[in-house]
Design a protein around this ligand. Structure first.
Ligand code: AR6
Ligand code: MG
Length: 301
């Protein structure tokens, strides 16, 4: 959770074009000068708080918490923002999630908040992936939006278990072999052996806000940085541009899952909003047992 928050908050000032950067320059600091976290961290916090309160994966509770926490200034994707405002007005999330697009969103908003599920269910990659999928489905009904979350949750679980980067890519590839997911894994594997230029990485894997054009990229960035200082991961993410907060959040979460919050640089933790609160929440969550069964079944096939 802390790795995710640092990647999110320290990537956010580099997101998008000049206008988005200017807006974030105005909004992106707290009153005490810390870097604000965005929707990636806010929704991760919602998941943690829901699991703690319900001691189970309760998608109705989660939808209400996502909707209550929504703030326009935290940089939610436009579809997610409209959907959450609609839930706040009383629409059932199962209806609201397909109001913008009949198949639902294929954005990376489900994937960016999935690492917490991989961390909690790290002993079982399949369960982590199923929980990622279920939690994504509250806002991201599209199969690509859900798959992005499964992939991130599964990869995070494998990072906690200490699997090698190559083994992690192979595990993910084995479970996501159908189009459009079939093509990126060979590239990720090749890039782990021979790092591409920034331009090649951007062109081949992407830096966009869709799951298909950001999850493989974040997987590559995170896995190829596991044995490097966290600062290297941040500067490589920033160089890529595009959806920098989500790329930073996803890659940062993989690094954090591997090394733990105490390995993250203190000077960066000091610069980000409410890292202490997140760490406290994570410790509370690690100490309770969660009944995953009914919640996962409620998500449907
Ligand atoms: N058809 C066409 N366009 C789509 C579709 C679809 N089915 N689904 C998504 N898009 P959204 P998110 C496009 O809004 O995934 C922030 O920076 C459409 O342009 O659901 O929650 C966050 O931090 C839509 O607006 O948002 C995330 O990093 C966009 O994809 C990022 O935005 C994103 O989907 C995405 O957040
Ligand atoms: Mg964000």
């Amino acid at each position: 959770m802390v790795g995710l928050a640092l990647g999110d908050a320290l990537g956010a000032p580099f997101e998008g074009g000049p206008l988005e950067r200017l807006v974030w320059w105005g909004l992106g600091r707290t009153r005490d000068g810390r870097h604000r976290t965005t929707d990636d961290t806010a929704m991760t916090r919602d998941i943690a708080e829901s699991l703690l309160a319900c001691r189970a994966l309760d998608l109705d509770d989660l939808a209400q918490r996502f909707a209550r926490s929504y703030r326009w200034h935290r940089g939610y994707g436009p579809g997610a923002a409209a959907m959450l405002r609609s839930v706040r007005r009383g629409t059932d999330w199962r209806v609201a999630r397909t109001a913008q697009w009949p198949e639902g969103s294929w954005g990376n908003g489900g994937a960016m908040r999935a690492p917490i599920l991989g961390a909690l269910l790290h002993e079982d990659g399949g369960a982590a992936a199923a929980a990622g999928d279920a939690v994504a489905s509250v806002t991201h009904a599209h199969p690509e939006g859900r798959a992005g979350a499964s992939i991130l949750a599964r990869a995070t679980a494998a990072c906690v278990r200490g699997a090698s980067p190559v083994a992690i890519v192979e595990e993910v590839a084995a479970h996501h072999a159908d189009p459009p997911w079939a093509s990126p894994w060979g590239l990720v594997r090749a890039f782990l052996d021979a790092p591409p230029s920034v331009a090649t990485l951007r062109k081949e894997l992407g830096n966009e806000i869709t799951a298909i054009r950001s999850v493989p990229t974040a997987l590559y960035l995170g896995l190829s940085s596991l044995d490097e200082p966290f600062e290297h991961l941040l500067s490589r993410t920033r160089a890529l541009g595009g959806d920098d907060d989500a790329l930073g959040a996803m890659a940062g979460a993989l690094w954090g899952a591997r090394h733990g919050a105490s390995a993250l640089p203190q000077h960066l933790k000091d610069r980000v909003e409410d890292v202490g609160g997140l760490a406290h929440l994570a410790r509370s969550l690690a100490g309770v047992s969660i009944d995953w069964g009914p919640g996962l079944r409620a998500a449907g096939p």
